[in-house]
Design a protein around this ligand. Structure first.
Ligand SMILES: [Mn+2]
Length: 365
């Protein structure tokens, strides 16, 4: 019996475009630390085998320093480390997989076809292959079958199962079922998938260990697996992200917006990145999102407020007044009714707020 971890898609040196330059730099630094944290985990939990299923770098020409840091972190692992490069970190001229001096415990699959490495101490064979270009139209598992030799067989690949387009190592379910593998460790899909069993092969994507934007939400991490002598593999997910991206919708109708947000927040948000979408109805002044953001800022690592509120009905009710205000509101209400999209309605609502504020000589800030 032995234990392994299966991680993928570190995407080191990602741009983190949604953050300020200072925070983006900090996040890049933190993402490079992920591998060192992983080394601590591996050594602290007696993990002997580490499977990394590609896209560890965000591009084929990652900063040399980033490659060297990863090499250093992997070298600290008291484990055998296997890497199958993916579509972002494909093997080619200038690639860190070729230019960096990788430590002895690290083995990188460099061929564009399945090759095997035997690990007799565990009666185990690891099979893997590399992307050698940004796309891989031919499935790397096509035609593969592990020998029936009484050993445990594990596959390591970057790819997708039954995709609509054959661009990133298309793997067919039947091919997995026919592979004879006990476990197939996959990378590429950033959202963790529940493990599936096809034939006798268990396969899974761990997702990325850290979210990089509001399209990579929630808890992130890796899989930890146990392989019994029979070849039976059991998996559990280990949450590992230092920071999470979360989107929270808060209805502020009839409430103080700050109190409504604070009531909706879980206890531990200070390390995380939140987008809070404010919904419901507000008074005619609307929300002062700037002030609200300032008031809430120190509860988060980063906060983004989105105002999706609409003006309360009674504001529009005054459209019947025989006044400049009534005339103005009637015009806007007609536009609001004719609006085709939520965005257009929002624009009209904003116009009503600013217009009413101007008519009342109020300052909207
Ligand atoms: Mn990928």
């Amino acid at each position: 019996m032995f234990q392994f971890i299966h991680a993928a898609d570190f995407h080191l040196d990602s741009a983190f475009g949604a953050l300020t330059a200072r925070q983006a730099a900090a996040r890049r630094r933190e993402s490079r630390e992920t591998a060192f944290r992983l080394a601590n985990y591996v050594n602290g939990h007696g993990i002997g085998l580490v499977l990394l299923a590609g896209d560890l770098f965000d591009s084929g020409s990652a900063f040399r320093e980033t490659g060297e840091q990863l090499a250093q972190a992997l070298g600290q692992m008291q484990a055998k480390v296997f890497i199958a490069p993916g579509n972002h970190d494909w093997i080619g001229p200038g690639s860190p997989w070729l230019t960096v001096n990788w430590p002895e415990n690290v083995q990188i699959f460099r061929e564009n076809a399945m090759t095997a490495v035997d690990l007799p101490e565990w009666n185990l064979t690891i099979h893997g292959a590399a992307f050698t270009g940004p796309e891989q139209a031919a499935g790397l598992l096509t035609g593969f079958a592990a020998p029936e030799d009484g050993r445990v067989h594990i596959g390591l690949l970057h790819g997708e199962i039954d995709p609509a387009e054959a661009r990133y190592d298309p793997i067919r379910r039947e091919e997995i079922a026919a592979s004879g593998l006990h476990y197939l460790a996959l990378g590429h899909i950033h959202k963790r998938a529940e493990p599936v069993t096809l034939g006798k092969t268990l396969c899974a994507w761990p997702g990325c260990p850290e979210g990089r934007g509001f399209d990579e939400l929630g808890e992130k991490g890796f899989y930890e697996g146990t392989v019994e002598d029979s070849g039976r593999v059991s998996l559990s997910f280990v949450p590992f992200a230092r920071r999470r991206y979360e989107i929270l919708e808060v209805d502020v109708t009839g409430r103080d917006p700050r109190a409504a947000v604070e009531a909706a927040l879980p206890a531990d948000t200070a390390q995380h990145l939140y987008r809070i979408v404010l919904t419901g109805e507000t008074g005619e002044g609307g929300l002062d999102t700037g002030a609200l953001e300032t008031a809430l800022a120190d509860r988060f690592y980063a906060l983004e407020l989105r105002d999706r509120t609409r003006m309360a009905e009674d504001i529009w009710a005054r459209a019947e007044e025989d006044s400049l205000r009534g005339l103005f509101l009637r015009e806007l209400r007609a536009k609001w009714n004719a609006a085709q999209t939520e965005a257009e309605r929002e624009t009209v609502t904003q116009a009503a707020r600013f217009g009413l504020a101007a008519l009342d000589h109020r300052d909207l800030g």
